[in-house]
Design a protein around this ligand. Structure first.
Ligand code: MRU
Length: 336
C-alpha cells in the first residue's frame, strides 16, 4: 500500500506549514509562513481549502497576527480578523473559528502572553476537528448495508480538514472495514478538486477508484454501478439544506431519481445555527478565468462571459442522512 505520508497543515516553531493544494498532485510543495496575511491569501487562492481546514488555518492566522505585538493589540487583532472574514464567504467554519478566537481575545486582551493563549485555542480547534473527523468515520459505518461502490464529489479528505476528512473519512473507515469495494470520484469542474485532490488521497490510502467527468455520474447510476453517494458540506442550515461544491445539487437530484441514497458528512461546526434554510446561505462566485483556462492555459476566448458559482445548495429532502460526529441524522432535519 502507498504511504499515507502527507499533511494539509501543521503548526511548528511558531509557523504554519501547509501543502499548496493548487499544485497537487503534480507537485507536493509546502509553504511556511508566520504572516497572517499570507495565510489569508492562501485561503483566497485555494492553496488551503475545504470548509473545516479553512477554519483551522484562519484560527492559526489570527493567533499569529499578535505574535510580535507588544502593546495595543486590539487594532492589530481587529485588522487581521476583518481581513480573514472576507477571504471566502460560504464555509461557515471560517466564521465559527475566528469568532471563537475573538471571544478568547476579548476575555484575555490585557493578560500576559495573549499570543500563547490564542495559539492554544487554535490548537484546540485543530484537535477538535481531527477528533470529529475520526468520529464521523465511525458513525458513517451504519449507512453501509453491504460492501458498496461509492460516488463522491469535490475533495473532503485530509486536504480539506484538520483530520481524516468528512465524507472521505466515512469512505476510508468503511474501506478499512471491508465495506467499500470501489470509489468513483467526480472530477469536480472547474477547479478539479476531484481529479487532483480526491484522486491523490484515494491513491495514498490504497483505495481503488476511477475519476469520471461530472456529467458521467447519471450514466454510472443508470448502469446500476453506484450504491451510495457521500459528499461533504460547507454550510448546513437548521432545516438541513446544505451548501457544497457546485454540482452537488445535480448529484443529489440524479441520486433521488435513481433511488440511490445521498448522504452528507460534516462536523457540527458546519451547521450554521443562525439560518433557518439554505436560502440564507451566501454563495461565493469566483473569477471566470478559473473556467476559461486550466493551469493558466487558455482553453477558450477570454472575452466570453461565464457563470461562476463555487457552491450550490441541496434542499434537505434530497439528503437521506447527515453524518456528524454526534451521529447520523435523517430527513426531516431539525438542528438546533
Ligand atoms: O472550494 P473548496 O475546494 O474549498 O470547496 C470544498 C468543498 O466544497 C468540500 O466539499 C467541503 O468543504 C466539504 S468537505 C470538507
Amino acid at each position: 500500500m502507498t504511504q499515507n505520508n502527507y499533511f494539509s497543515l501543521k503548526f511548528e516553531k511558531d509557523k504554519l506549514i501547509y501543502l499548496d493544494q493548487t499544485k497537487l498532485p503534480l507537485e507536493e510543495n509546502y509553504i511556511e509562513t508566520e504572516d497572517y496575511n499570507r495565510i489569508a491569501e492562501g485561503i483566497e487562492r485555494l492553496e488551503i481549502r475545504g470548509a473545516p481546514l479553512i477554519g483551522v488555518a484562519a484560527a492559526y492566522a489570527l493567533a499569529l497576527s499578535v505574535k510580535n505585538v507588544k502593546k495595543d493589540l486590539t487594532p492589530v487583532f481587529d485588522e487581521a480578523y476583518n481581513r480573514l472574514r472576507v477571504t471566502r464567504p460560504t464555509a461557515v467554519n471560517l466564521f465559527w473559528a475566528i469568532d471563537e478566537l475573538k471571544k478568547v481575545f476579548e476575555a484575555n486582551r490585557n493578560a500576559d502572553n495573549v499570543y500563547k493563549t490564542l495559539l492554544d485555542h487554535a490548537k484546540e480547534i485543530h484537535k477538535k476537528d481531527e477528533d470529529y473527523c475520526t468520529q464521523m468515520g465511525k458513525n458513517g459505518l451504519s449507512i453501509f448495508k453491504k460492501k458498496s461502490v461509492v460516488l463522491t464529489h469535490c475533495n473532503t479528505g485530509k486536504l480539506a480538514t484538520g483530520g481524516n476528512g468528512t465524507a472521505f473519512s466515512v469512505i476510508k473507515t468503511a474501506f478499512e472495514n471491508d465495506l467499500v469495494e470501489y470509489v468513483y470520484a467526480d472530477e469536480t469542474r472547474p477547479l478539479l478538486q476531484g481529479s487532483r485532490l480526491t484522486a491523490f488521497e484515494l491513491a495514498k490510502c490504497g483505495i481503488p477508484f476511477s475519476i469520471q467527468s461530472d456529467s458521467s455520474a447519471a450514466v454510472l447510476m443508470k448502469q446500476g454501478k453506484i450504491n451510495l453517494v457521500i459528499t461533504g458540506a460547507d454550510r448546513i442550515a437548521l432545516n438541513g439544506d446544505a451548501a457544497n461544491k457546485i454540482g452537488t445539487y445535480n448529484l443529489a437530484l440524479i441520486s433521488y431519481h435513481h433511488n440511490i441514497p445521498f448522504y452528507i458528512a460534516a462536523p457540527s461546526t458546519t451547521i450554521d445555527r443562525n439560518i433557518a434554510s439554505g436560502e440564507q446561505i451566501e454563495i461565493e462566485y469566483r473569477d471566470k478565468s478559473e473556467l476559461l483556462s486550466i493551469n493558466e492555459s487558455q482553453i477558450t476566448l477570454s472575452e466570453y462571459e461565464a457563470f461562476m458559482p463555487a457552491f450550490d445548495v441541496t434542499p434537505s429532502h434530497l439528503i437521506k442522512g447527515i453524518i456528524t460526529e454526534e451521529g447520523v441524522f435523517n430527513f426531516p432535519y431539525n438542528f438546533i
